[in-house]
Design a protein around this ligand. Structure first.
Ligand SMILES: [Fe+2]
Ligand SMILES: [Fe+2]
Length: 261
């Protein structure tokens, strides 16, 4: 089975390039499931119900998120009525929405998706290592035949991501890092069959800083005035990974995607 994971979609340029490239990518790699991180899809900060629906309409099966999930309050009631947008599992147990979901299609294995957030240089959260163990056991109790599990680990520190990858090797199909918006070149199949990459990258304008307007971000650093920046304009790119798995849920390959028009 083939899974496409799309790195953090940033604003309208990110949505546009995903819309333009998704049909050809899905056909080229015979993709069965498409997961996208959508935490920056609304103007660079958060996601709205309309944008979630637009991503689903373009062929994304499930949207993971991260620290920017609560930016637009309208997403909260949407998340209680739909499993298509999930938020990090390891935040407050009272947080709205869900931290995992199982997606199913006919003729192909089900895919469990868990969203976790890091604790190093990130807002307060519970231990992602214990949360991963607990959620894997919960999801496999709920879905007895579930062999394929993807984790989006939304985290800043490369060490925290690599450590969780090794910790979960053989227990999940793939661990994909997000949040830094910078694609790393360390994709690997770990010894027990878990596909791993420290960061899938981002989908949006690469002529900027993490998809945002470079002059405004430079100004944040030079003036210390911390205001939301606008989404950058310029060359758009879709970044992510394609994972190929076997029936057992082990991964066979992981390849980086970096495509533009
Ligand atoms: Fe992001
Ligand atoms: Fe983030």
């Amino acid at each position: 089975m083939n899974i496409l994971f799309i790195g953090d979609i940033v604003g309208k340029p990110g949505r546009n390039i995903a819309l333009s490239l998704l049909p050809a990518l899905k056909s080229k790699y015979s993709i069965n499931y498409t997961i996208a991180n959508g935490e920056n899809s609304a103007g660079g900060y958060g996601i709205t119900p309309d944008i979630a629906r637009a991503l689903l309409d373009m062929g994304v099966d499930l949207i993971t998120t991260g620290n920017h999930i609560w930016e637009h309050k309208e997403i909260i009631p949407y998340m209680s009525g739909s499993n298509a947008v999930i938020r990090p599992m390891n935040i407050s147990p009272s947080a709205p929405g869900k931290g995992y979901a199982v997606i199913k299609k006919t003729g192909v294995h089900a895919l469990g998706v868990i969203n976790l957030i890091g604790r190093v240089f990130m807002p307060p959260a519970q231990c992602p290592f214990h949360a991963a163990q607990d959620t894997i056991s919960r999801i496999t109790q709920e879905e007895h035949d579930l062999k394929h599990i993807l984790i989006d680990f939304h985290a800043e520190a490369t060490s925290e991501k690599q450590a969780l990858g090794w910790f979960l090797d053989g227990k999940i199909t793939t661990l994909i890092g997000t949040h830094t918006h910078v694609q790393t070149s360390d994709e690997i199949i770990l010894p027990q069959g878990t596909a791993y990459i420290t960061d899938a990258g981002m989908t949006g304008v690469v002529d900027g800083v993490l998809g945002m307007d470079k002059e405004q971000i430079i100004s944040r650093f030079t003036t210390s005035v911390q205001r939301h920046a606008d989404v950058a304009k310029g060359k758009e790119e879709l970044q992510g990974v394609v994972i190929t798995t076997e029936d057992s849920g082990r991964s066979l390959s992981i390849i980086r995607i970096k495509e533009h028009l």
